[in-house]
Design a protein around this ligand. Structure first.
Ligand SMILES: *[C@@H]1O[C@H](CO)[C@@H](O)[C@H](O)[C@H]1NC(C)=O
Ligand SMILES: *[C@@H]1O[C@H](CO)[C@@H](O)[C@H](O)[C@H]1NC(C)=O
Ligand SMILES: *[C@@H]1O[C@H](CO)[C@@H](O)[C@H](O)[C@H]1NC(C)=O
Ligand SMILES: *[C@@H]1O[C@H](CO)[C@@H](O)[C@H](O)[C@H]1NC(C)=O
Length: 212
């Protein structure tokens, strides 16, 4: 999963922050804090239709990002009408980024392209962790590798080469997260973005990577 690390490093955050694994133990107090946050919102997740946060997020994200894209979207109905309270509740952790690569930005609800795998529909609900209210119009950005570890836009980098070695091979000595551009091409498979609807939910289709 070396390229996994690479992509997270290049696009999202430091690997340590994006993937706190066993070697980056999260302190017990922090786990308790997150647990509390998740619990605090559990009821609201079930009851998320009460109030709505006024327009936000998507507009802001585009402003000042050097893009002038304006678009009107009619979202397809997600499978669930409301945010489900029996699924994962994520806590804020990564605050760096996003590091947008315009050529691989893909506003769509089907990001599978021709990649092999089991069709997978993701229904995602977004809550404001401070107020526990659903957040409409939040643009969610997804990307993942294919069954053999390759990420689109980076297909010329070997997924089997450790990141440090990769940098050495590329003669890069001043790698900086979000600054150093390691993209190799404009392929877009397994990347997609879509906004939440007025109920704070969105649906996007991809594949669970695997050979068929
Ligand atoms: C989740 O929703 C169900 C059905 O509305 C409700 O019975 C249950 O108490 C909720 N659980 C939490 C943790 O809010
Ligand atoms: C974006 O829009 C502004 C105002 O209409 C314009 O001045 C600017 O040239 C546009 N930028 C691009 C990259 O199209
Ligand atoms: C993953 O993507 C790479 C680069 O495009 C490709 O060579 C490889 O065949 C893909 N893997 C699968 C399982 O399709
Ligand atoms: C990196 O530097 C070495 C030694 O100067 C050179 O042989 C190699 O072609 C360079 N690689 C790249 C990708 O520039």
């Amino acid at each position: 999963m070396f390229v996994s690390k690479l992509i997270f490093a290049a696009l999202a955050a430091t690997t340590a922050i994006a993937h706190p694994g066993p070697d980056h133990a999260v302190p017990r107090a922090e786990i308790q804090r997150r647990d509390g946050l998740a619990k605090q919102c559990a009821n609201h997740a079930a009851d998320f239709n009460r109030r709505r946060i006024a327009k936000r997020a998507m507009q802001k994200r585009w402003e000042g990002s050097g893009h002038n894209t304006t678009f009107e979207i009619t979202t397809e109905a997600p499978y669930y009408d409301t945010i489900q309270n029996d699924t994962c509740v994520l806590n804020p952790e990564v605050t760096q980024g996003p590091y947008i690569w315009p050529r691989s930005q893909t506003l769509r609800q089907d990001m599978a392209e021709d990649q092999a795998g089991v069709p997978l529909w993701l229904d995602v609900g977004v809550l404001d962790m401070a107020t526990c209210e659903p957040l409409p119009n939040v643009l969610l950005d997804f990307w993942h590798c294919n069954a053999t570890g390759s990420y689109s836009s980076f297909t010329h980098l070997s997924p089997n080469t450790p990141f440090e070695k990769l940098l050495a091979e590329l003669n890069i000595t001043d790698f900086e997260i979000g600054v150093t551009d390691l993209h190799t091409d404009d392929t877009t498979f397994l990347r997609g973005m879509w906004p939440t609807d007025e109920n704070g939910v969105m649906e996007i289709k991809t594949i669970f990577p695997g050979e068929t």
